[in-house]
Design a protein around this ligand. Structure first.
Ligand code: CU
Ligand code: CU
Length: 347
């Protein structure tokens, strides 16, 4: 069952709804879904009984409580749907004079961010976040941008580049195109996003993605993952109703990310959440090293990292134990509204 919460044109006169109000309002339509149960479990007695459904295997989930892991978790889609966003393109060793080319096309697309919840997004290449762009420091990056959307857009890249490649002055009208070309530097986890105004709207609608610049001295081999934190304001009141990594609420709760014990896992983590000042990632059962912006000599050793909008970093971890380990925003509200998932650590 799908329903459409609000379209763009509906947002002209936003109703005053709180986040909880929105969820509660959506509940009659979502009532069969665990998301509604999660969201509506507002009295303390309910909270006491929230269970790690299939994880604990003790049958408590059968009493109508939310499944927090596995098939019953309230996420949209199949197990491989977000692979292209989670697993970045392979790094290439530094080679003088190489050109890396990408094509990004802005398209207006309706996306289902939680079961039955449709968001009228503006996207690069049809997904929110957009595709992962990757280059090695020193590569010439050439990005062909076509604006197939209904509004003027650009691509603004973080990094060091000429003023006329900044995506601020050359606004690309609907139907237009522009080619960005600059040397990829400095190494780190950068970002790209639209810089048309109103900026808040163009970013929140979904025009952003991760941009990895590998150092000339390659990082050690690892299982690499990309996590872009975001949110969706589905009722137009200027605050988010759903939170995700890589675009869909509870997706990695439904489909835990399999990693290997004692092997290096590297997560490229970025925050593109609009409206809220910060977002965060907290990991259960392990500590990781975190390098802000994916550059420099400083690594923090922690189990929680917070990022303002536009901040990003590189996380490295070797899991010590097998099993399921939760990761989520440590803002509990964000976690309950979709920003929660699991690693499945195996031998
Ligand atoms: Cu835009
Ligand atoms: Cu930015």
């Amino acid at each position: 069952m799908k329903f459409r919460l609000l379209s763009d044109s509906d947002l002209v006169a936003p109703k005053k709804l709180t986040r909880k109000g929105l969820i509660a309002g959506a509940a009659p339509l979502l009532v069969a879904g665990p998301l509604a149960k999660l969201a509506l479990a507002d009295n303390p007695a309910e909270h006491d009984h929230l269970q790690l459904a299939s994880h604990t295997g003790n049958g408590q989930a059968a009493h109508g409580h939310a499944a927090m892991i596995g098939e019953q978790a309230p996420a949209v889609g199949g197990p491989r749907d977000l692979d292209a966003l989670l697993y970045p393109p392979k790094p290439l060793p530094y080679r003088r004079g190489r050109v890396r080319e990408y094509t990004l096309t802005a398209v207006d697309t309706e996306i289902e961010v939680a079961p039955g919840v449709i968001f009228p997004a503006w996207t690069y290449n049809g997904t929110v976040p957009g595709p992962v762009i990757r280059a090695t420091e020193g590569d010439l990056l050439r990005v062909h941008f076509f604006n197939g959307g209904s509004h003027p857009h650009t691509i603004h890249f973080h990094g060091i580049h000429p003023a006329n490649m900044d995506g601020v002055f050359e606004i690309v009208p609907s139907g237009g195109h522009f080619t960005y070309e600059f040397e990829a530097r400095p190494a780190g986890l950068q970002l790209y996003h639209c810089h048309s105004t109103p900026l808040k709207k163009h970013i929140h609608k979904g025009l952003y993605g991760a941009f990895i610049i590998d150092p000339k001295d390659a990082r050690p081999p690892a299982q690499e993952l990309v996590m872009v934190m975001n949110g969706y304001d589905t009722d137009g009141d200027g605050s988010n109703n759903f939170y995700t990594v890589n675009g869909r609420s509870f997706y990695y709760a439904k489909y835990p990310i399999t990693v290997r014990r004692s092997q290096l896992v590297r997560v490229y983590l970025a925050n593109l959440t609009e409206f809220d000042l910060i977002n965060s990632l907290h990991l259960h059962g392990g500590f990781f090293r975190h390098q802000a912006t994916g550059t420099g000599d400083h690594w923090e050793y922690t189990d929680t990292v917070m990022q303002c909008q536009g901040q990003r970093g590189v996380i490295e971890i070797e899991f010590a134990n097998t099993g399921h380990f939760m990761f989520h925003a440590h803002q509990s509200e964000f976690a309950e509204l979709g920003w929660m998932g699991f690693f499945n650590v195996v031998d």
